[in-house]
Design a binder for this molecule. Structure first.
Ligand code: SF4
Ligand code: SF4
Length: 215
């Protein structure tokens, strides 16, 4: 899921300068789980905006704000309060904000910072495991991502900074490459480590990404 955090309210207020009326948009998926843009957070945002003298003309939590057609349809369903507003304040990831800006000519304000694709450790605790590099090497690295879990994203490791199995960038963290070595050895696949992994094909991760799945 996409991990996000709310921008400081003072920053949001500054970006809303000149706006007397706001329509709020949230997301029922990732932003709800992150507690940054679900029903509760929209309600709290509405209270804070009202206290700051900004009228909220309405709000909606869209099922998946990154779904462009659904977002357009849902906003059309709230035509009047959307049109009455000076801007749309979106509490969703960057993809969701762009669905909203694509669906409405109104000024769109991003209320969240989008951080990373994350795994859920437990409620409210997220960890980055994959950087979406476009060329997955997990089969060769015992299911531990060197691109993401290694602080330097090394494809051949460990680096010279590793000390007693810990990462030089964070003594609390285990070195990803030590973990990869140990796991491959335990699986009887230590031989894989003798192979030098070539540089990645960075063209696989060229942006903006597009994919059309044949029906
Ligand atoms: S190698 Fe790592 S960053 Fe690349 S796709 Fe696989 S898990 Fe994601
Ligand atoms: S110590 Fe290990 S995890 Fe840290 S940067 Fe070096 S190889 Fe990567």
């Amino acid at each position: 899921m996409i991990i996000s955090k709310q921008k400081p309210f003072t920053d949001i207020l500054a970006t809303l300068e000149g706006c007397a009326k706001i329509f709020l948009v949230g997301c029922a998926k990732c932003a709800t789980v992150c507690k940054t843009g679900g029903e509760e957070e929209l309600f709290q945002m509405q209270e804070r905006l009202c206290a700051a003298g900004i009228e909220v003309t309405g709000s909606i939590v869209i099922d998946e704000t990154c779904h462009m057609l659904r977002t357009g349809r849902d906003l059309r369903g709230r035509k009047e309060p959307v049109e009455e507003a000076d801007a749309l304040l979106v509490l969703a990831c960057g993809a969701g904000v762009q669905s909203v800006s694509g669906a409405s000519p109104k000024r769109t304000v991003a209320g969240l910072d989008t951080l990373f694709l994350g795994n859920i450790r437990r409620l409210g605790q997220f960890e980055q495991k994959c950087s979406l590099c476009g060329e997955c090497v997990l089969t060769e690295t015992a299911g531990i991502c060197p691109v993401t879990v290694c602080a330097k994203g090394l494809l051949n490791g460990p680096c010279g900074g590793m000390a007693e199995g810990r990462c030089e960038t964070d003594p609390e963290a285990e070195c990803a490459w030590v973990m990869i070595h140990e796991r491959l050895a335990a699986q009887g696949e230590a031989g894989k480590l003798k192979k030098l992994v070539p540089a990645k094909d960075f063209s696989r991760a060229l942006k903006p990404g597009k994919l059309k799945v044949d029906k």
